[in-house]
Ligand binder design. Sequence first.
Ligand code: ACO
Length: 428
Amino acid sequence: MSDNAKIKIGNKEFDFPIKKGSVGPSVIDVSKLYFKTDHFTLDPGFTSTGSCESSITYIDGDKGQCYYRGYPMDTLAEKSNFLEIAYLLWYGELPTKIEWDEFSNAIKNHTMVHEQIRVFFNGFRRGAHPMAIMVACVAALSAFYPDSINIKDPEQRRISARRMVAKIPTLAAMAFKYSLGQPFVYPDNTLDYSENFMQMCFAVPAEKYKINKVFAKALDKIFILHADHEQNASTSTVRLAASSGANPFASISTGFTSLWGPSHGGANEAALNMLKEIGDVKNIPQYIKKAKDKTDPFKLMGFGHRVYKNYDPRAKVMQRTCHDVLNEIGNTDNKLLQVAKELEKIALNDEYFIEKKLYPNIDFYSGITLSAMGFPTAMFTVIFGLARTVGWLAHWKEMMIGNKMKIGRPRQLYTGPNPREFKELSKR
Ligand code: ACO
């Protein structure tokens, strides 16, 4: 195969290098396109555009596989734990015992947030969406920890990353408690990462809280499944924000902003609402019809993915995790799960969904699971963001240490008015 691609414009031909990755499709490097041809590419939604080189996560969308640093993500979800994945994504390798002890202790040492942040919370109204609180509070960390915002200093980068991995669960639990009108629960560093988060969310001072190990394990898996997913909207947003040299806390907060949308992290909330709206297996055909109707904006939430044109591997693990949680609470004939399974069966056999390669994605079962564990829908995206923080951080570091860091500055196809003359108000 040629190592060059040719582009012909008029009667002139231009060569562009083809670059090969370690696996997956090659790319045509068009970074010199404008310089050579006076043309830009146009690709809204980046459907055919790579924005960077990365060695963190690889997705094979056709086969429905996803790998973190070369390890199959579903194996990691079964055999590893979330903090180990945070280490793997940041450093590129799984930790040795000594590295694990150092890292997990360091995260534990950073779980508390500055006391002033508690005061900061009082400014939000009680009904504020916890994602609104997260966007604000994660960015506000830069006001509390100005000693770790020099992005050129590897040690400061390391500290700010560890601070975020440790403190974001504390902030997320505080956002939850604030919405309930309950007192904040301080972190307990004798617990592991997911157990600590559950305790901060569900414990109250008046009662002894007993951690449900099945739920804590399920939550840890949910964190792993959401830890990274290469250049998705929120990760690309973090990269773009950080490309200007913005500080790490401000950059990671943009990930929360982007994740909040219903086409991305908000889809699990939307999927659960949809299952509730369908309500009964007998109503499914009518919703399938709506989803296929071009004149109806309704989409089957939790179905379809930009990259996966096969069953999302995360959805498979998520389905099993959902069963574990429902078994634990003795709710095996859960109505929403029945609707979800039947909907999945019907859609997977329907010509429309087969032809468009629309399969269940991770969000299809995560809402039922989180809800069964006691989380309200407004917390779903927060939990996703908490987990994705480790992915955003790994991408942020990769960009900082790479030798190709450039401010992200896309161009456009301008379709507005041609240059024209300004007229004074009296003459218009
Ligand atoms: N239900 C019905 N039809 C669908 C669905 C769906 N869930 N998803 C896509 N389609 C149709 C589209 O209408 C389109 O049809 P057309 O070719 O006749 O115009 C075709 O399938 C291709 O879909 P696009 O929207 O162009 O695909 P894209 O890659 O841009 O979008 C997306 C992917 C946003 C995930 C989309 O499938 C969707 O909106 N799904 C529902 C929301 C959802 O579950 N999001 C979670 C994504 S995973 C995550 O963020 C963790």
